[in-house]
Design a protein around this ligand. Structure first.
Ligand code: SF4
Ligand code: F3S
Length: 397
Protein backbone atom coordinates (compact mmCIF):
# COMPACT_ATOMS: atom_id res chain seq x y z
CA UNK A 1 0.00 0.00 0.00
CA UNK A 2 2.85 2.31 -0.72
CA UNK A 3 4.80 4.05 -3.39
CA UNK A 4 8.54 3.56 -3.30
CA UNK A 5 9.93 7.07 -3.62
CA UNK A 6 11.65 7.62 -0.29
CA UNK A 7 8.59 8.01 1.87
CA UNK A 8 6.76 10.95 3.31
CA UNK A 9 9.53 12.63 5.25
CA UNK A 10 11.80 12.60 2.21
CA UNK A 11 8.97 14.13 0.20
CA UNK A 12 8.52 16.84 2.81
CA UNK A 13 12.21 17.66 2.80
CA UNK A 14 12.15 17.89 -0.99
CA UNK A 15 9.43 20.50 -0.68
CA UNK A 16 11.49 22.50 1.80
CA UNK A 17 9.17 21.90 4.74
CA UNK A 18 11.06 22.43 7.97
CA UNK A 19 11.14 19.94 10.81
CA UNK A 20 9.58 22.57 13.04
CA UNK A 21 6.62 22.93 10.68
CA UNK A 22 6.31 19.18 10.52
CA UNK A 23 6.24 18.86 14.31
CA UNK A 24 3.62 21.60 14.49
CA UNK A 25 1.58 19.64 11.99
CA UNK A 26 1.94 16.47 14.08
CA UNK A 27 0.81 18.36 17.19
CA UNK A 28 -2.19 19.79 15.34
CA UNK A 29 -3.20 16.36 14.07
CA UNK A 30 -2.82 14.90 17.56
CA UNK A 31 -5.18 17.57 18.84
CA UNK A 32 -7.61 17.01 15.96
CA UNK A 33 -7.69 13.32 16.83
CA UNK A 34 -8.55 14.28 20.41
CA UNK A 35 -5.45 12.43 21.61
CA UNK A 36 -3.39 13.60 24.59
CA UNK A 37 -0.52 15.88 23.62
CA UNK A 38 1.89 13.16 24.73
CA UNK A 39 0.94 11.26 21.58
CA UNK A 40 2.39 13.95 19.32
CA UNK A 41 5.91 12.43 19.11
CA UNK A 42 4.41 9.05 18.27
CA UNK A 43 2.25 10.58 15.57
CA UNK A 44 5.24 12.49 14.18
CA UNK A 45 7.43 9.38 14.15
CA UNK A 46 4.79 7.24 12.48
CA UNK A 47 3.97 9.79 9.81
CA UNK A 48 7.62 10.61 9.12
CA UNK A 49 8.44 6.95 8.59
CA UNK A 50 5.41 6.23 6.44
CA UNK A 51 5.62 5.69 2.73
CA UNK A 52 3.21 7.66 0.62
CA UNK A 53 -0.23 6.17 0.18
CA UNK A 54 -1.75 5.69 -3.26
CA UNK A 55 -5.12 7.39 -3.50
CA UNK A 56 -7.89 7.14 -6.06
CA UNK A 57 -10.33 10.04 -5.70
CA UNK A 58 -13.68 9.78 -7.46
CA UNK A 59 -16.35 12.43 -7.77
CA UNK A 60 -20.03 11.64 -8.08
CA UNK A 61 -23.05 13.92 -7.64
CA UNK A 62 -21.47 16.89 -5.89
CA UNK A 63 -20.40 20.50 -6.35
CA UNK A 64 -16.67 19.91 -5.99
CA UNK A 65 -16.59 21.56 -2.58
CA UNK A 66 -14.57 18.71 -1.08
CA UNK A 67 -11.94 19.05 -3.79
CA UNK A 68 -11.89 22.82 -3.33
CA UNK A 69 -11.40 22.41 0.41
CA UNK A 70 -8.66 19.88 -0.25
CA UNK A 71 -6.81 22.31 -2.49
CA UNK A 72 -7.23 25.27 -0.17
CA UNK A 73 -6.27 23.58 3.06
CA UNK A 74 -4.16 26.08 4.98
CA UNK A 75 -3.17 24.20 8.09
CA UNK A 76 0.64 24.52 8.04
CA UNK A 77 1.65 22.64 4.94
CA UNK A 78 -1.57 20.64 4.93
CA UNK A 79 -2.13 20.79 1.20
CA UNK A 80 1.52 20.01 0.62
CA UNK A 81 1.30 17.25 3.16
CA UNK A 82 -1.75 15.87 1.45
CA UNK A 83 -0.07 15.95 -1.90
CA UNK A 84 3.03 14.36 -0.42
CA UNK A 85 1.42 12.18 2.19
CA UNK A 86 -0.68 10.78 -0.59
CA UNK A 87 0.28 9.67 -4.02
CA UNK A 88 -2.73 10.92 -5.91
CA UNK A 89 -3.11 8.35 -8.66
CA UNK A 90 -6.44 9.45 -10.01
CA UNK A 91 -8.55 12.58 -9.57
CA UNK A 92 -10.69 13.68 -12.49
CA UNK A 93 -10.56 17.36 -11.56
CA UNK A 94 -6.84 17.56 -10.89
CA UNK A 95 -5.29 15.11 -13.32
CA UNK A 96 -4.16 16.22 -16.74
CA UNK A 97 -5.26 13.05 -18.47
CA UNK A 98 -8.71 13.02 -20.05
CA UNK A 99 -10.94 10.65 -21.94
CA UNK A 100 -9.54 7.18 -22.54
CA UNK A 101 -6.21 8.12 -20.96
CA UNK A 102 -8.02 8.98 -17.73
CA UNK A 103 -9.96 5.73 -17.81
CA UNK A 104 -6.70 3.86 -18.34
CA UNK A 105 -5.23 5.53 -15.24
CA UNK A 106 -7.96 3.85 -13.24
CA UNK A 107 -7.32 0.41 -14.66
CA UNK A 108 -5.29 -2.30 -12.99
CA UNK A 109 -5.25 -0.65 -9.56
CA UNK A 110 -5.24 -3.98 -7.71
CA UNK A 111 -2.20 -5.25 -9.59
CA UNK A 112 -0.36 -1.91 -9.48
CA UNK A 113 -0.90 -1.60 -5.73
CA UNK A 114 -1.11 -5.16 -4.42
CA UNK A 115 -1.07 -3.89 -0.85
CA UNK A 116 -4.13 -1.83 -1.52
CA UNK A 117 -4.81 1.85 -1.88
CA UNK A 118 -7.11 4.45 -0.36
CA UNK A 119 -10.33 5.29 -2.17
CA UNK A 120 -11.83 8.72 -1.60
CA UNK A 121 -15.41 9.22 -2.71
CA UNK A 122 -16.80 12.72 -3.02
CA UNK A 123 -20.46 13.06 -3.96
CA UNK A 124 -23.61 10.99 -3.89
CA UNK A 125 -24.53 7.96 -5.99
CA UNK A 126 -27.47 8.52 -8.37
CA UNK A 127 -29.76 5.53 -8.68
CA UNK A 128 -32.70 6.84 -10.73
CA UNK A 129 -32.78 6.14 -14.47
CA UNK A 130 -29.90 3.71 -14.28
CA UNK A 131 -27.66 6.28 -12.63
CA UNK A 132 -27.84 8.57 -15.63
CA UNK A 133 -27.46 11.70 -13.48
CA UNK A 134 -23.73 11.05 -13.12
CA UNK A 135 -21.61 8.91 -15.38
CA UNK A 136 -17.85 8.43 -15.59
CA UNK A 137 -16.54 7.49 -18.99
CA UNK A 138 -20.05 6.53 -20.02
CA UNK A 139 -20.60 4.26 -17.01
CA UNK A 140 -22.81 5.03 -13.99
CA UNK A 141 -20.77 6.53 -11.18
CA UNK A 142 -22.03 3.87 -8.79
CA UNK A 143 -20.57 1.08 -10.93
CA UNK A 144 -17.18 2.77 -11.16
CA UNK A 145 -17.13 3.58 -7.44
CA UNK A 146 -18.03 -0.01 -6.52
CA UNK A 147 -15.22 -1.26 -8.74
CA UNK A 148 -12.65 1.11 -7.24
CA UNK A 149 -13.64 0.58 -3.61
CA UNK A 150 -13.73 -3.21 -3.95
CA UNK A 151 -9.93 -3.52 -3.81
CA UNK A 152 -9.24 -0.46 -1.68
CA UNK A 153 -7.70 -0.87 1.76
CA UNK A 154 -10.29 1.57 3.05
CA UNK A 155 -12.58 4.26 1.70
CA UNK A 156 -13.15 7.79 2.93
CA UNK A 157 -16.49 9.39 2.08
CA UNK A 158 -15.78 13.11 2.05
CA UNK A 159 -18.58 15.63 2.44
CA UNK A 160 -22.25 15.31 3.22
CA UNK A 161 -23.22 14.23 -0.32
CA UNK A 162 -21.05 11.12 -0.07
CA UNK A 163 -22.00 10.51 3.55
CA UNK A 164 -25.76 11.07 3.31
CA UNK A 165 -26.73 11.99 -0.25
CA UNK A 166 -26.52 15.71 0.54
CA UNK A 167 -28.12 18.34 -1.63
CA UNK A 168 -28.52 15.85 -4.47
CA UNK A 169 -30.83 13.82 -2.24
CA UNK A 170 -32.81 16.80 -0.97
CA UNK A 171 -36.57 16.83 -1.32
CA UNK A 172 -37.65 17.08 -4.94
CA UNK A 173 -34.45 15.76 -6.45
CA UNK A 174 -35.13 13.45 -9.39
CA UNK A 175 -31.73 11.75 -9.16
CA UNK A 176 -32.46 9.07 -6.57
CA UNK A 177 -29.19 10.07 -4.90
CA UNK A 178 -27.90 7.75 -2.19
CA UNK A 179 -24.88 7.80 0.15
CA UNK A 180 -21.84 5.77 -0.81
CA UNK A 181 -22.26 3.54 2.24
CA UNK A 182 -24.27 1.14 0.09
CA UNK A 183 -21.14 0.42 -1.96
CA UNK A 184 -18.54 -0.16 0.74
CA UNK A 185 -18.40 -2.67 3.61
CA UNK A 186 -18.87 -0.74 6.84
CA UNK A 187 -15.61 -1.83 8.44
CA UNK A 188 -13.66 -0.32 5.53
CA UNK A 189 -15.50 2.99 5.37
CA UNK A 190 -15.02 6.27 7.20
CA UNK A 191 -17.59 9.02 6.58
CA UNK A 192 -16.57 12.65 7.00
CA UNK A 193 -19.73 14.71 6.41
CA UNK A 194 -19.66 18.47 6.08
CA UNK A 195 -20.45 20.98 3.41
CA UNK A 196 -17.65 21.01 2.58
CA UNK A 197 -15.62 18.48 4.51
CA UNK A 198 -13.07 19.89 6.93
CA UNK A 199 -9.76 18.88 5.36
CA UNK A 200 -8.11 18.62 8.76
CA UNK A 201 -10.44 15.72 9.50
CA UNK A 202 -9.42 14.02 6.24
CA UNK A 203 -5.76 14.38 7.10
CA UNK A 204 -6.35 13.32 10.70
CA UNK A 205 -8.11 10.15 9.53
CA UNK A 206 -5.14 9.25 7.35
CA UNK A 207 -2.69 10.16 10.08
CA UNK A 208 -4.61 7.90 12.46
CA UNK A 209 -4.23 5.01 10.07
CA UNK A 210 -0.52 5.71 9.58
CA UNK A 211 0.02 5.91 13.33
CA UNK A 212 -2.10 3.03 14.57
CA UNK A 213 -2.59 1.01 11.38
CA UNK A 214 -6.30 1.02 11.94
CA UNK A 215 -9.21 3.32 11.25
CA UNK A 216 -10.48 5.61 14.01
CA UNK A 217 -13.39 4.57 16.20
CA UNK A 218 -16.66 5.53 14.53
CA UNK A 219 -20.33 5.78 15.35
CA UNK A 220 -23.18 3.92 13.69
CA UNK A 221 -22.91 6.09 10.59
CA UNK A 222 -19.17 5.47 10.27
CA UNK A 223 -18.31 8.99 11.45
CA UNK A 224 -15.14 9.11 13.55
CA UNK A 225 -15.87 10.05 17.13
CA UNK A 226 -12.84 12.31 17.32
CA UNK A 227 -14.59 14.63 14.86
CA UNK A 228 -18.32 13.96 15.31
CA UNK A 229 -18.57 12.81 18.90
CA UNK A 230 -19.55 16.15 20.40
CA UNK A 231 -22.17 18.83 19.86
CA UNK A 232 -21.04 22.07 18.25
CA UNK A 233 -23.01 23.84 20.98
CA UNK A 234 -20.97 22.23 23.76
CA UNK A 235 -17.71 23.44 22.24
CA UNK A 236 -18.86 26.91 21.18
CA UNK A 237 -17.15 29.99 22.58
CA UNK A 238 -20.55 31.75 22.70
CA UNK A 239 -22.08 29.08 24.93
CA UNK A 240 -21.90 31.22 28.06
CA UNK A 241 -24.13 33.80 26.36
CA UNK A 242 -26.66 31.07 25.61
CA UNK A 243 -26.69 30.09 29.26
CA UNK A 244 -27.27 33.68 30.35
CA UNK A 245 -29.96 34.35 27.78
CA UNK A 246 -27.82 36.82 25.84
CA UNK A 247 -28.88 36.54 22.23
CA UNK A 248 -28.35 38.35 18.97
CA UNK A 249 -31.81 39.55 17.96
CA UNK A 250 -30.99 41.05 14.55
CA UNK A 251 -28.00 40.96 12.26
CA UNK A 252 -25.63 43.77 13.13
CA UNK A 253 -27.27 44.71 16.41
CA UNK A 254 -25.26 45.54 19.53
CA UNK A 255 -25.46 41.93 20.72
CA UNK A 256 -23.98 40.76 17.42
CA UNK A 257 -21.12 43.19 17.84
CA UNK A 258 -20.57 41.84 21.34
CA UNK A 259 -20.41 38.28 20.04
CA UNK A 260 -23.49 36.98 21.84
CA UNK A 261 -25.25 33.71 21.06
CA UNK A 262 -26.74 33.22 17.58
CA UNK A 263 -29.41 30.77 18.63
CA UNK A 264 -32.26 33.18 17.93
CA UNK A 265 -30.80 33.81 14.50
CA UNK A 266 -31.26 30.16 13.64
CA UNK A 267 -28.02 28.58 14.84
CA UNK A 268 -28.31 24.78 14.73
CA UNK A 269 -25.28 24.21 16.96
CA UNK A 270 -27.43 22.63 19.71
CA UNK A 271 -28.32 19.69 17.47
CA UNK A 272 -25.22 19.37 15.30
CA UNK A 273 -22.33 17.01 15.94
CA UNK A 274 -18.97 18.27 14.64
CA UNK A 275 -15.61 19.54 15.84
CA UNK A 276 -15.70 22.84 13.95
CA UNK A 277 -15.27 25.00 17.09
CA UNK A 278 -12.05 23.24 18.08
CA UNK A 279 -10.42 22.36 14.75
CA UNK A 280 -11.86 25.34 12.85
CA UNK A 281 -10.96 26.19 9.27
CA UNK A 282 -8.29 28.15 7.42
CA UNK A 283 -5.32 27.19 9.55
CA UNK A 284 -7.49 27.19 12.64
CA UNK A 285 -8.32 30.85 12.09
CA UNK A 286 -12.08 30.74 12.38
CA UNK A 287 -15.33 28.83 11.99
CA UNK A 288 -18.88 29.87 11.08
CA UNK A 289 -20.04 31.01 14.52
CA UNK A 290 -16.83 32.86 15.23
CA UNK A 291 -17.29 34.61 11.90
CA UNK A 292 -20.75 35.74 13.03
CA UNK A 293 -23.00 33.22 11.27
CA UNK A 294 -24.96 30.49 12.98
CA UNK A 295 -24.21 26.86 12.35
CA UNK A 296 -26.57 25.48 9.68
CA UNK A 297 -26.01 21.87 10.67
CA UNK A 298 -24.17 20.93 7.50
CA UNK A 299 -22.67 17.77 9.03
CA UNK A 300 -26.05 16.28 9.88
CA UNK A 301 -28.14 13.83 7.84
CA UNK A 302 -30.76 15.45 5.67
CA UNK A 303 -29.58 18.93 6.56
CA UNK A 304 -30.82 20.40 3.29
CA UNK A 305 -34.36 19.54 4.36
CA UNK A 306 -34.30 19.10 8.12
CA UNK A 307 -32.12 22.08 9.06
CA UNK A 308 -33.92 24.70 7.01
CA UNK A 309 -34.84 27.51 7.18
CA UNK A 310 -31.31 28.51 8.07
CA UNK A 311 -32.25 31.72 9.88
CA UNK A 312 -35.14 30.45 11.94
CA UNK A 313 -34.53 29.20 15.41
CA UNK A 314 -35.54 25.79 16.61
CA UNK A 315 -38.58 25.71 18.80
CA UNK A 316 -38.48 25.08 22.45
CA UNK A 317 -34.91 25.09 23.76
CA UNK A 318 -34.98 26.68 27.19
CA UNK A 319 -31.81 28.38 28.39
CA UNK A 320 -31.28 28.03 32.11
CA UNK A 321 -34.09 25.53 32.53
CA UNK A 322 -32.89 23.57 35.54
CA UNK A 323 -34.86 20.53 34.44
CA UNK A 324 -33.21 20.16 31.02
CA UNK A 325 -29.52 19.98 30.18
CA UNK A 326 -28.37 20.79 26.68
CA UNK A 327 -27.12 17.24 26.22
CA UNK A 328 -30.63 16.04 26.85
CA UNK A 329 -31.91 18.68 24.47
CA UNK A 330 -29.50 17.55 21.75
CA UNK A 331 -30.45 13.92 22.17
CA UNK A 332 -34.12 14.72 22.14
CA UNK A 333 -33.82 17.03 19.17
CA UNK A 334 -32.20 14.43 17.01
CA UNK A 335 -34.91 12.07 18.09
CA UNK A 336 -37.65 14.36 16.84
CA UNK A 337 -39.25 17.70 17.47
CA UNK A 338 -42.40 16.05 18.75
CA UNK A 339 -40.54 14.58 21.68
CA UNK A 340 -38.75 17.89 22.16
CA UNK A 341 -42.04 19.67 22.43
CA UNK A 342 -43.08 17.34 25.23
CA UNK A 343 -39.80 17.93 27.08
CA UNK A 344 -40.00 21.64 26.53
CA UNK A 345 -43.58 21.79 27.66
CA UNK A 346 -42.81 19.84 30.83
CA UNK A 347 -39.77 21.98 31.52
CA UNK A 348 -41.67 25.20 30.98
CA UNK A 349 -44.53 24.16 33.22
CA UNK A 350 -42.17 22.95 35.94
CA UNK A 351 -40.13 26.10 35.80
CA UNK A 352 -43.17 28.37 35.74
CA UNK A 353 -44.52 26.62 38.83
CA UNK A 354 -41.12 26.86 40.50
CA UNK A 355 -40.88 30.56 39.79
CA UNK A 356 -44.41 31.20 40.94
CA UNK A 357 -43.83 29.31 44.19
CA UNK A 358 -40.54 31.11 44.76
CA UNK A 359 -42.01 34.52 44.03
CA UNK A 360 -44.96 33.93 46.33
CA UNK A 361 -42.79 32.70 49.17
CA UNK A 362 -40.18 35.45 48.84
CA UNK A 363 -42.11 38.58 47.96
CA UNK A 364 -45.80 37.87 47.92
CA UNK A 365 -48.22 37.50 45.03
CA UNK A 366 -47.63 40.95 43.50
CA UNK A 367 -43.94 40.37 42.94
CA UNK A 368 -44.66 37.07 41.24
CA UNK A 369 -45.64 38.89 38.08
CA UNK A 370 -42.36 40.84 37.91
CA UNK A 371 -39.07 38.98 37.46
CA UNK A 372 -36.53 39.84 40.12
CA UNK A 373 -33.42 41.57 38.77
CA UNK A 374 -31.12 38.78 39.86
CA UNK A 375 -33.27 36.07 38.33
CA UNK A 376 -32.18 34.29 35.17
CA UNK A 377 -32.99 35.83 31.84
CA UNK A 378 -36.41 34.97 30.44
CA UNK A 379 -36.73 31.70 28.62
CA UNK A 380 -36.70 31.65 24.86
CA UNK A 381 -40.25 30.82 23.97
CA UNK A 382 -41.20 29.73 20.45
CA UNK A 383 -42.39 32.58 18.30
CA UNK A 384 -45.83 31.66 16.96
CA UNK A 385 -45.08 33.68 13.84
CA UNK A 386 -42.22 31.37 13.00
CA UNK A 387 -42.92 27.95 11.50
CA UNK A 388 -41.41 25.01 13.31
CA UNK A 389 -38.22 23.52 11.96
CA UNK A 390 -38.70 20.12 10.38
CA UNK A 391 -37.79 17.19 12.60
CA UNK A 392 -34.22 16.05 12.36
CA UNK A 393 -33.70 12.38 11.48
CA UNK A 394 -32.52 10.30 14.38
CA UNK A 395 -28.77 9.77 14.54
CA UNK A 396 -26.48 8.11 16.95
CA UNK A 397 -24.40 10.73 18.79
FE1 SF4 B 1 -22.88 28.78 19.89
FE2 SF4 B 1 -24.99 28.46 18.32
FE3 SF4 B 1 -24.91 27.24 20.68
FE4 SF4 B 1 -25.22 29.88 20.57
S1 SF4 B 1 -26.69 28.30 19.80
S2 SF4 B 1 -23.84 28.76 21.92
S3 SF4 B 1 -23.94 30.43 18.78
S4 SF4 B 1 -23.57 26.86 18.93
FE1 F3S C 1 -21.19 23.07 9.21
FE2 F3S C 1 -22.04 24.03 11.52
FE3 F3S C 1 -19.52 23.34 11.24
S1 F3S C 1 -22.60 24.74 9.50
S2 F3S C 1 -19.09 23.82 9.09
S3 F3S C 1 -21.29 21.96 11.15
S4 F3S C 1 -20.30 25.06 12.40
Amino acid sequence: MTTDDGGLYAALLRRGISRRAFLEFAAAMTAALALPAAYAPRVAAAVAASPRLPVVWLRGLDCGGGTEAFLRAARPTASELLLDLLSLEYHETLMTAAGEAATAARAGLASRFPGGYVAVLEGAVPTADGGAACTVGGRPFGDVAAEVTRDARFTIAVGSCAAYGGVAAASGSPTGARPVSGLVPGDRLVALPGCPVNTDNVVATIVHWLTFRQLPVTDGRRRPLFAYGGLVHNQCERRAHFEFGEFVQAWGDEAAQKGWCLYKMGCKGPETYANCPTVRFAEGASWPVQAGHGCVGCTMPGSWDAMLPAYRRLPGIVPLAPEVTIDQVGQVLVGGVGAMTVVHGAASVARARYRARRARSVAGPTAAATPRPEEPAPAVEPDPAEPAVEPTPAVEP
